[in-house]
Design a protein around this ligand. Structure first.
Ligand code: SF4
Ligand code: SF4
Length: 115
């Protein structure tokens, strides 16, 4: 998988999310980003990799692949696969999934049409 493509898709996801994220400062800057502590940013390259493994004309397989890959390595998940953060919308990835979906659609619109 081309690392540049992963970076491009992760950057597109990040730009869509960060511009509406409630944790930004009023001037648009972000302390978590500057300090490298945003819990979402480290997950986006994994999410992008998960998306690029899939070819589908439906969105669900992309979302499933993201959840399998990112949640699989997430230390907030219990051994049985459940996750309190997901159910209570405290997981940033989960909260911003609609924007991740928009980024995927925009990306494939530019790069290729899913088979
Ligand atoms: S907290 Fe994370 S998602 Fe929100 S603006 Fe900062 S870097 Fe972006
Ligand atoms: S939904 Fe839960 S397991 Fe998945 S990334 Fe979010 S916090 Fe981690």
């Amino acid at each position: 998988m081309d690392s540049k493509t992963v970076e491009q898709l992760a950057a597109l996801m990040s730009s869509r999310i960060c511009r509406v994220c409630v944790d930004r400062n009023p001037d648009g800057s972000c302390d978590s980003r500057a300090e490298g502590t945003c819990s979402l940013m480290s997950k986006l390259p994994l999410a992008a990799e998960a998306v690029l493994k899939v070819q589908s004309d439906r969105m669900e397989p992309y979302i499933e692949s993201i959840r399998e890959t990112v949640c699989g390595g997430c230390n907030l998940r219990y051994d049985d696969g459940t996750c309190d953060s997901r159910d209570t919308d405290r997981c940033m990835l989960n909260s911003y999934l609609p924007l991740v979906v928009e980024a995927i659609e925009e990306f494939f619109g530019r790069q290729r049409v899913p088979a």
